[in-house]
Design a protein around this ligand. Structure first.
Ligand SMILES: [Zn+2]
Length: 244
């Protein structure tokens, strides 16, 4: 009987420990899994019209309300983006550029001016947003830096974000600062720092070469170690200091 009771205690203890470790894993600020970092599976997403990590979503709601008092309607153009979606964007551009005669190296170099390789987008994390001012609609392409400057339709939004976004935890990921490398200046792209910094640090440990072994990804055979190392250094690390 004693053995049975000891065993029962043992199993109860195991159950309790596994419950504790599961709840620790489920904590959103713990180190994210590779699936979450790569945009392949994210259990923390909420939202209907766009999806974000629940904590980033709540912070954005507060920021929206504050901006609305100043007559600015923060409108999300892009939020969470899955690996598959990013691959579709990449492949569409790659096929078009190849048809224009670009070599594999020139092709990917052209795409990474603005678009990321699938598996490397900050939008995979549910922590990043592209935003405009919904009160000042624009025809055509909305995500152009000129709209955010020189009396452009989103200049008020930019100035407001530069003054107040950090209060809500949001930072421009690709600011117009000297010596920043990689993606062009994107005054519309903001990251929710309390999560995004943890994700960025966890991301450093992912083996990019393995991640990109995807036979459905255009040009993946040509992505050698030298290119990927350079891409990591200039592009993935080419973000605002506050987000590192
Ligand atoms: Zn973006």
């Amino acid at each position: 009987m004693k053995t049975v009771s000891t065993l029962r205690h043992f199993f109860t203890l195991c159950f309790c420990l596994s419950t504790v470790s599961f709840s620790l894993l489920a904590q959103s600020n713990s180190s994210p899994s590779p699936e979450v970092l790569l945009g392949k599976n994210n259990p923390y997403l909420v939202g209907e019209h766009y999806q974000l990590h629940k904590e980033a979503f709540a912070a954005l709601e507060k920021m929206k309300a504050a901006a609305a008092k100043e007559g600015i309607q923060i409108k999300v153009v892009s939020a969470f983006r899955s690996y598959d979606r990013q691959r579709a964007i990449w492949n569409r551009k790659y096929v078009r550029n190849a048809a224009e005669g670009l070599s594999p190296a020139a092709n990917r170099q052209k795409i990474i001016t603005y678009s990321t390789l699938p598996g490397t987008s900050r939008h995979h994390w549910g922590t990043d947003i592209d935003i405009i001012d919904g009160n000042t609609p624009v025809e055509g392409d909305v995500l152009l830096a000129k709209h955010f400057h020189h009396d452009g339709p989103f200049e008020r939004l930019r100035l407001w974000l530069e003054a107040h976004a950090a209060t809500f935890g949001f930072y421009c990921a690709y600011p117009n600062t000297p010596n920043r490398t990689g993606f062009n200046y994107e005054p519309w792209h903001y990251s929710y720092r309390p999560l995004a910094r943890t994700y960025f640090r966890a991301y450093k440990n992912l083996p990019l070469k393995e991640v990109l072994q995807d036979s459905l990804l255009q040009g993946y055979q040509d992505m050698d170690k030298a290119f990927l190392n350079a891409y990591r250094k200039t592009h993935i690390n080419g973000i605002a200091k506050a987000l590192k």
